[in-house]
Design a protein around this ligand. Sequence first.
Ligand SMILES: Cc1ncc(COP(=O)(O)O)c(C=O)c1O
Length: 415
Amino acid sequence: MKYRSTRGGIKGVSLEEAIYTGFASDGGLLLPETLPVIDRSQLKLWAQQPDYRSLACKIVPLFAGDELSQEDLEGILDRAYSSISAPEKIPIRRLSNNLIIAELFHGRTWSFKDYAMSVMGQLLEHFLSRAKKHRTLLIADGSSDDMDDLFSHIYADEKFVKQHNISSLNSVNWGRIMLQIVHYFYIYLQIEESCEKELEIVVPTGGCGNVTAGCIAKLMGLPIRLTSCVNENDTVDRLIKTGTLSLNPVKQTISPSLDIQMPYNMERIWFLLNNGDGEMINKIMTELKTHSKCQLPDSLHTELTKIFGSFSADEDAIKSTIKRCYDENKYTICPHTAVGVAYHYHQLQKNTEADVKRVELATASPAKFPEALGLAGVPPTEGLPQYQMDNLEKGDDWLKALKQTIISIDERWTV
Ligand SMILES: Cc1ncc(COP(=O)(O)O)c(C=O)c1O
């Protein structure tokens, strides 16, 4: 499998190179040159062994080709997934009022990202030790704004980036998207074992990495539809409803990981839906950069609405959803998950329930957000993440601290 850029300027990139890369050098994002197709009979075969690791062992090779042996892949996945504490990896909770929750937060940082990140770490180690190279990785946890600002300063220093061989593992990186595709197949097969029906998957959305993985799963043949849910930073909701993407100032909310205006992975979705027309993507992105606004061609907007619905939840809706879910089920959700569950409750009110089941992706543990739970009037959940230590605080010089850390890591490699 080879990779190409959404702006049409780069082709023939290997998986190994793709996972070292953030933005491609033409400014675009990397995607496979072709998508594998899983027809219904193949899906039914996979349904006979639908555990998470087995599915990953089948899906990753579709995108890795001959770059990874099955034996190496199995070792990588075993080491990575041993850090996910739930035996079934993604527990599925069936609650009242047809609410189904897929808990994607049983990894080290109690966030959905852990599932892909744990494998990315192992994959990088594998590729780097095979090539006898080293890379400096930037891995950080904080609000999207904080991180974007920090990383854009690091990346603006081209000399520093080259000198220290820096890569980042945010969802600009293809590897993250590839590994998240597994979630969609796994969740679908847990809920629609017969593989006959469509399933609606509701995704709390920020930079659109997660929904991009869902879109690829859909284009590979998985019978799903996607609903992208946002907080008051509602760029994606307005885009899907109107075909216009316009950027407003970022609002701080109680679901901070969704406090992002620029859905940078949308470019991947557009490229997948416009038959790989990089020139069109270039035009749209230039318009966006110049005017902080762009209009999708009608044909592309139509394709987008065939796959995606959308919803935006304000702060009150997020709080009342956390409370209602707790009151009805004694089950606590985080404020990001609540954005999607608010959509479910909204649909119940409309009383338009069709035959299609709906599952909500729970993208973080409620234990990480005691303040939001307090504001919603529900008790905090037990246990705090063990990884919380030595955090930098607002006001600390993050940029200086990060650069210093990178330099000292590099020094260890060069002595
Ligand atoms: C808890 C949580 N939910 C949802 C999202 C949004 O995911 P994406 O940026 O892939 O749209 C994030 C991203 O940081 C997150 O941390």
